[in-house]
Design a protein around this ligand. Structure first.
Ligand code: F6P
Length: 326
């Protein structure tokens, strides 16, 4: 196995608060190890185009508290092609980059896996996404911050919902995963959550209404996971307007404000731990693993598993919300 003397670090896919803390931790622990560090800009696009700069310890000063990613990010179509990956590999050789640390979600780690398979490049993945949808880790970098942002927003919506006796459908992100919706519903005291994991089983709106949701309440908040399939919060609001015209219904789509903002202490610490562990893993000879955290312990998860296996929303959380929203 070739000795590692220099690494590249990149962020790819949707940005997530805490990515800067991860870049900082990867950079500083690699330098601590005596390795060179190259910051690769705009995700895989930067590796393809040679948008790469050598980092020193001060390149990451004053960044731990900042949202977004100082390396910028992109979703690269070119990297999905063998020709794109060949260009990326050629730049690794040109810059003398021996291994990569890739911070991102499902698609970004799938890209890392493809490159590792084709060119035998050591890659380590760090789970960076607000969606929390990667198998093998209890939490992903950015999830806690996004969750807190949603809860703060719903608290505000609650004030006006109560004042006007209205039903609000609040749409949150998560792509195909309902973690943000389910847990923000519990934390904000919402009356229900509509999540993709349950979509094929039952009509969640009918179930919610069937429970007599306005028996003792004048206002209600329903958190809805975004969904390409059924149209998300707008769709449910429309249904209630048609089926129950007596109710005053409003929709709030939180959108990209969920992705920005200063990372919580939890995300900063998680990102710092995972970043340090990434360099330790490379040093130990680990290859093609994602670093995760399970029961507060650092774990190595094969990237193939992290991106393929389903991470279910705990049934206990679904029951918890149902009980507490009576
Ligand atoms: O994966 C993170 C995420 O914010 C998802 O929750 C959302 O579906 C998607 O990215 C939005 O992507 P974009 O910023 O490209 O519109």
């Amino acid at each position: 196995m070739k000795e590692i003397k220099s690494i590249g670090v990149l962020t790819s896919g949707g940005d997530a608060p805490g990515m800067n803390a991860a870049i900082r931790a990867v950079t500083r622990s690699a330098i601590f190890q005596g390795w060179r560090v190259f910051g690769i800009y705009r995700g895989w696009e930067g590796l393809i185009n040679g948008d790469i700069k050598e980092f020193t310890s001060s390149s990451v000063s004053n960044t731990i508290q900042r949202g977004g990613t100082i390396l910028k990010t992109a979703r690269s179509d070119e990297f999905r092609t063998p020709e794109g990956r060949k260009k990326a590999y050629d730049n690794m050789i040109k810059f003398g980059i021996d291994a990569l640390v890739v911070i991102g979600g499902n698609g970004s780690l799938a890209g890392a896996q493809a490159l590792a398979r084709e060119y035998d490049v050591p890659v380590i993945g760090l789970p960076g996404t607000i969606d929390n949808d990667l198998y093998g880790t209890d939490s992903t970098i950015g999830y806690d911050t996004a969750l807190n942002t949603i809860v703060e927003c719903v608290d505000r919506i609650r004030d006006t919902a109560t004042s006007h006796d209205r039903i609000f459908f609040v749409e949150v992100m998560g792509r195909d995963a309902g973690f943000l919706a389910q847990n923000s519903a519990i934390a904000s005291g919402a009356e229900a959550a509509i999540i993709p994991e349950e979509q094929t089983n039952i009509d969640q709106l009918a179930q919610f209404i069937g429970r007599g949701f306005r028996k003792s309440k004048n206002s209600s908040i329903v958190i809805v996971s975004e969904s390409k399939k059924d149209g998300g919060a707008m769709h449910y609001a429309e249904r209630v307007r048609n089926e129950y015209p007596q109710y005053d219904v409003r929709v709030t789509i939180l959108g990209h404000l969920q992705r920005g903002g200063t990372p919580t202490a939890y995300d900063r610490i998680l990102a710092s731990r995972l970043g340090v562990a990434a360099i330790e893993a490379l040093n130990e000879g680990q290859r093609n693993v994602m670093i995760g955290v399970k029961n507060d312990q650092i774990v190595y998860v094969p990237i193939s598993k992290a991106i393929k296996l389903d991470k279910p929303v705990d049934k206990e959380l679904i029951d918890c919300l149902a009980i507490l929203s009576i």
